[in-house]
Write a protein that binds this ligand. Structure first.
Ligand SMILES: *[C@@H]1O[C@H](CO)[C@@H](O)[C@H](O)[C@H]1NC(C)=O
Ligand SMILES: *[C@@H]1O[C@H](CO)[C@@H](O)[C@H](O)[C@H]1NC(C)=O
Ligand SMILES: [Zn+2]
Length: 319
């Protein structure tokens, strides 16, 4: 498994396949000054059923891997770890951050942060968004999911996943705007009454970020965000638990041995900001994979068998 992973890493960097989950890591280094648009997608010939075929053998794990992500997060598949016990830090970005449209997601290039798992240090590289969520929260899809991608010195990747739902409670300062957009969202004019108290207010980080997402509506474009305060997200995550399992990148090359830490803490986004983000991101969620250790879904199809055959042939010289 380790050798296969190494082979995939080598193959992926050699052929410059661009992936949102991996972009900005050693798998897909960023090119200074330009935003590389992904070559894979979520529809038709570029969609998840065909990811392996887009680039064999480097993407073969997409069709043959047995620890693929995302998955349905049901109790049997993860270990619960109190987040308060985990070193998880993200630097604020007082001068703003680079916010890029990769064609397959929108991604913030971070400026420092760390996650320590079993005494191993992972450095934060970037965070990006999927819509709707990729992991299912005990069977249920959430409006969005944020992936905070970390990398260790040896190249191993760890991702903190945070679900995002649509706020039904207005942020104090933005109450008026949010309420009027709720009426628009539901296409009716009757007065909006007080939302349930439990739903939570929109995240300031997400509101700040998505206030400029319409400025990167074109794939390949980028913008500098307003100042980003990350402590809100860190505090929220630290107050919850991590659901931990070993999976894969959810984008090509679908490399495995990825440390997933899905947070039980959820963020909220206002309806207006959700609409702005949705209009730029579109749909970018890989279908749920089989539980860890089970055969790849695609192995029952010709797609998987073909990828397996090429994978064996392609990795042989490296063995
Ligand atoms: C998950 O959903 C099932 C029903 O589908 C329910 O019985 C169970 O309590 C839920 N678990 C959690 C942790 O919410
Ligand atoms: C809705 O609000 C308007 C003014 O804000 C008020 O005149 C009207 O009576 C309200 N309608 C209902 C059904 O509460
Ligand atoms: Zn991702």
């Amino acid at each position: 498994m380790a050798r296969l992973f190494q082979t995939l890493i080598f193959a992926a960097s050699a052929t410059r396949v661009f992936a949102s989950c991996a972009y900005g890591t050693h798998l897909m280094p960023r090119a200074e000054g330009e935003v590389k648009v992904s070559t894979f997608g979520y529809f038709g010939a570029n969609g998840p059923l065909n990811w392996a075929a887009l680039a064999l053998p480097e993407n073969s794990a997409c069709a043959t891997g047995t620890n693929q992500s995302p998955i349905n997060m049901v109790e049997e598949v993860f270990q619960v770890i109190p987040a308060a016990d985990v070193t998880f830090e993200v630097n604020d970005m007082p001068d703003g951050a680079e916010f890029e449209n990769l064609g397959t997601t929108v991604e913030v290039i971070t400026q420092g942060g760390r996650l320590v798992l079993d005494n191993k240090e992972f450095a934060l590289q970037q965070f990006h968004f999927h819509l709707p969520s990729e992991h299912l929260d005990n069977g249920t899809s959430q409006a969005m999911e944020m992936h905070m991608v970390h990398q260790a010195e040896d190249g191993q990747i760890a991702v903190v996943g945070v679900y995002i739902n649509i706020a039904t409670e207005a942020a104090p300062a933005a109450a008026k705007r949010s309420l009027s957009s709720r009426s628009r969202l539901f296409g009716r004019q009757e007065n909006v009454t007080a939302p349930p108290a439990s739903s939570g207010a929109p995240s300031t980080l997400l509101e700040t970020l998505f206030s400029v997402v319409d400025q990167i509506s074109v794939p390949g474009s980028k913008v500098t965000t307003p100042p980003l305060v990350m402590s809100e997200v860190v505090d929220a995550v630290k107050a919850g638990s991590f659901q931990a399992y070993s999976g894969s990148l959810t984008t090509p090359p679908c490399s495995e041995n990825v440390n997933w830490r899905v947070s039980t803490a959820k963020l909220n986004v206002s309806p207006a900001s959700f609409i702005k983000a949705r209009d730029v991101i579109g749909f970018n969620s890989r279908f749920p994979q089989n539980a860890p250790g089970s055969p790849n879904i695609l192995m029952v199809s010709a797609l998987g068998s073909a990828a397996a055959a090429v994978s064996v042939a392609g990795t042989a010289p490296a063995a």
